[in-house]
Write a protein that binds this ligand. Structure first.
Ligand code: XIL
Length: 331
């Protein structure tokens, strides 16, 4: 699909005012990204203009998940994911691939497989997908959400049937299939120092010791007005000391709807804290928002009573959060 910002009908995005986020991030030697949706890129000119103008990295919000790429065993469906990658390359953006191995959004045929078949299917999926996008993905979330909130290795479905070694197998397979992509492990609730991030730290330290090709850790940063944990920067530093790249991969700040003016200002402070925390650590070179408009945000879509979690309102107008991020990314 050839997507040119200038060539499609529909209403234009209004200027957001001030420097685009991607310019600010570039000046700082970093990438700023957003989750994107292939359908919105295809049919919404203003959406497309903002993605192109504001961001230097994109993450397919759903289009690279297992259920989307391999809905039936052996049948791969790359169309919408390829469209996003093509858009990114046309606009000088990098792509974060999301995600190869995750317990959610699995196709129906996967959870019922026995151990042998599940191992073969997982390795085949990782290999085929990473080969398909080879050379076009800057960072892959190879394994997503491997640790439970209680700080244990999540069992279902992978560890239960394949043993804890499935994580290393997935990374080794991804490395062979696309040697240039940086390989990440990604999770939520690991922004501060807590039992979950402690367990993840132990896991990646052990993987590194064993020579498993893990390059980075992704901190999702789905938060609310409780804010960014005070130990965020200290936590980033301990992971960086293992020789890892770091990225904030899915930032949003959920508010009760409708939000008050004070909540909207507080939201800006939380986003700014997250950006400044990343900037405080040299290894944190990529900061991605999980969508940029309240009209297309999973928080509004999936959490009753919550929403307004992104930088722009439903009509793509800047909220206090957008200005706060501009300032936090600025010189
Ligand atoms: C979410 C998407 O935003 C939704 O559209 C989808 O219905 C469910 O998944 N952690 C992740 C993301 O790693 O893939 C999730 O994305 C949000 C939580």
């Amino acid at each position: 699909m050839a997507v040119y910002v200038e060539s499609r009908p529909g209403s234009e995005a209004q200027p957001l005012g001030g420097p685009p986020l991607r310019e600010l991030a570039t000046a700082d030697g970093r990438r700023v990204g957003t989750a994107v949706r292939a359908d919105a890129l295809a049919d919404d000119l203003a959406y497309r203009q903002i993605v192109a103008g504001q961001f230097s990295s994109v993450t397919p919000e759903n289009e690279m998940k297992w259920s989307h790429l391999q809905p039936e065993q052996g049948r791969f469906a790359y169309g919408p994911a390829d469209d996003i990658v093509a858009f990114a390359l046309e606009h000088g953006q990098v792509v974060r691939g999301h995600t190869l191995v995750w317990h959610n959004q699995l196709p129906g045929w996967v959870p019922g497989l026995g151990a042998r078949d599940l191992r073969a299917a997982m390795l085949e999926h990782v290999r085929r997908v990473a080969e398909h996008f080879k050379g076009r993905i800057a960072q892959w979330d190879v394994v997503n959400e491997a640790i439970t909130d209680a700080g244990r290795l999540r069992r279902r479905p992978f560890a239960e049937k394949l043993g804890p070694g499935y994580v290393a197998e997935a990374f080794r397979t991804a490395r062979r299939a696309d040697p240039r992509a940086k390989l990440f492990i990604n999770d939520y609730g690991i922004e501060g120092i807590n039992r979950k991030s402690d367990r993840l730290y132990a896991l990646v330290a052990e993987l590194k010791r064993a020579g498993v090709p893990v390059d980075g850790v992704g901190f999702q940063m789905h938060v609310n007005l409780e804010g960014v944990p005070e130990t965020f920067v200290a936590n980033l530093r301990r992971f960086a000391a293992l020789g890892l790249d770091l990225a904030v991969t899915e930032a949003d700040v959920a508010l009760r709807v409708p939000p008050s003016e004070e909540d909207l200002r507080a939201q800006g402070r939380v986003f700014a804290d997250a950006v400044r925390g990343c900037r405080a650590v040299p290894e944190c070179r990529s900061f991605t928002f999980w969508g940029f408009t309240d009209s297309r945000s999973w928080i509004s879509e999936t959490r009753p009573g919550f929403g307004a979690a992104t930088l722009l309102d439903e009509r793509l107008r800047p909220k206090p959060a957008y200005r706060a991020v501009q300032r936090a990314l600025g010189p």
